[in-house]
Design a binder for this molecule. Structure first.
Ligand SMILES: *Cc1c(COP(=O)(O)O)cnc(C)c1O
Length: 479
């Protein structure tokens, strides 16, 4: 399998090469040359596999330049069931919400070390990055900015990894107590937490300044593991296969051949649902992919009208489902590439339109979003989240997090007769105590193995919003 750029300006490259890169060299996004197809027969042959074995099967279709035994070992390590890793014996459990609606279930994607779905991809990326670097005798320094889940998932996946340094910037005083404890309590030598006096945008600007200095970037081999990384996208495809298989386990052979399910995805940068879009094209029988947004509804607007109009950061609301607070959706370019017949020239024209007018008008294509690609959308508000968390708790006894609540709210607007609806659970409620208390009057306790996290000593370097200091800090500690 080879990989190309959406903008057409990259020589075909292997999986091992694209893992180390964010953007393609021509400014586009890396996409598979062609998506592999999985037949109904193969799907059934995979039914008996545990999660790491299924991951090996799916990922071997993408990572064709990694020997299968090596890939299998990486998947075993990434998705191992033990207290500091994945805690549920299934890795990804399906939890019926039958008391809310008989068609609804949750897909548990937040059983990993940082209690959010980013672990699903990061855990594999940590394994595969270390492997690819070792194979080529290279090292990398990951420079990232986080206001929450991404930073901690990256640090837990990359801690102690050979040949990898991690420099993670976070805005001082703006992370929750749990998020701080999670990141700053890590003592691994290759993990560097830097609390910048400023907001998240300041952190991102510092990173842009450092990686914009191409000499500095090359000399210290700076890299990123952000949500456009295709390694992450490929690892997320696995759980769409897994969810369909588990949902249809109880059916007989004839029913399985025609069984469709719909899936709702709480969305921000369009990474998770893009993996669902790829899984559907590979052969997972998904009827509808439902995109759920919060008040930052730029993607809901796009799927309803066909007009993509990114917002300025100043127009981006701070909401109670913060991991979905986006002004533009980095991964949408890959969907638009498919929509425009995978034609780099048409894609480039769309991006020119965006540069010139601030928007892309694809309203003529809008009917195809649902008809051809199965994608529909909806959005929710703080009041919706509170009401949904409360109602799910009252009817089923389960506590869900605010992002999953956005999903459940929008999923219920898209239920169809006899079609099961799976909502991807993207985080655990213990990470977001404020809204949970508002909804049900009490917070959800941390899982047992994390109960002492808040008391652990923390290690973080405070720094002014100053490029020169950051540069010196990285220079002194890069691997
Ligand atoms: C990152 C994140 C999302 C959004 O996922 P995208 O891949 O950016 O669309 C949703 N919920 C939670 C909890 C997240 O951490």
């Amino acid at each position: 399998m080879k990989y190309l750029s959406t903008r057409g300006g990259m020589d075909p490259a292997g999986y091992g090469e694209i893992l180390l890169e964010g953007l393609a060299p021509d400014g586009g996004l890396v996409v598979p040359e062609e998506l592999p197809r999985v037949s109904a027969e193969t799907r059934e042959a995979w039914r008996g596999l545990d999660y790491p074995s299924l991951a090996t099967e799916v990922l071997s279709l993408f990572a064709t330049d990694i020997p299968r035994d090596d890939l299998a070992r990486m998947c075993r390590d990434a998705y191992a069931v033990r207290p500091e890793n994945f805690v549920d014996p299934a890795v990804v459990p399906l939890v019926p919400l039958g008391d809310v609606d008989p068609r609804l279930s949750l897909v548990g994607l937040s059983e990993g070390p940082t209690l959010a779905f980013k672990d699903m991809a990061m855990q594999f990326l940590g394994q595969s990055l270390e492997y690819v670097l070792r194979r080529s005798g290279r090292t990398i320094n990951i420079l990232g900015a986080t206001s929450g889940d991404t930073g901690s998932a990256a640090e837990y996946a990359l801690r102690g990894k050979e040949g990898i340094g991690v420099f993670m910037l976070s805005p001082q005083g703006r992370m929750s107590a749990f998020q701080r404890a999670q990141m700053y309590s890590l003592t691994d030598e290759n993990i560097h937490n830097i609390a910048v006096a400023g907001v998240f945008d300041d952190c991102q600007n510092l990173i842009k300044q450092l990686s914009g200095d191409l000499d500095f970037k090359r000399h210290h081999r700076l890299g990123t593991v952000n949500s456009i990384n295709l390694g992450r996208i490929s690892a997320q495809i696995v759980y769409y296969f897994w969810a369909w298989l588990r949902q249809t386990d109880a059916l007989d052979a004839a029913e399985r051949e025609t069984a469709q399910v719909s899936m709702t995805v709480p969305s921000g940068n369009f990474g998770n649902i893009l993996s669902g879009h790829y899984a559907r094209q590979m052969g997972v029988p998904i009827r509808r992919l439902v995109l759920a947004a919060n008040e930052n509804n730029v993607l809901d607007e796009f799927f309803r009208t066909g007009i993509y109009a990114p917002r300025a950061s100043a127009e981006t609301f701070l909401t109670s489902s913060p991991s979905m607070d986006i002004s533009k959706a980095s991964n949408l370019e890959r969907f638009i590439f498919d929509l425009l017949g995978r034609d780099p020239e048409r894609l480039a024209a769309a991006w020119r339109e965006l540069d010139e007018t601030g928007r892309i008008d694809l309203s003529d294509e809008q009917p195809r979003f649902a008809e051809e690609f199965g994608i529909v959308s909806g959005s929710s508000t703080h009041a919706d989240r509170v009401a949904t968390i409360r109602e799910v708790h009252e009817t089923s006894g389960l506590v869900i997090d605010p992002h999953t609540a956005d999903g459940v709210k929008v999923a219920r607007e898209h239920l169809e007769d006899r079609v099961p609806m799976l909502v991807l659970e993207t985080a655990k409620p213990a990470k977001f105590p404020e809204i949970v208390v508002e909804a049900i009057g009490a917070s959800d306790p941390l899982p047992e193995h994390l109960s002492e996290l808040l008391d652990l000593p923390q290690r973080v370097t405070a720094m002014p919003n100053d490029e020169v200091q950051l540069r010196e800090y990285v220079e002194a500690r890069a691997v």
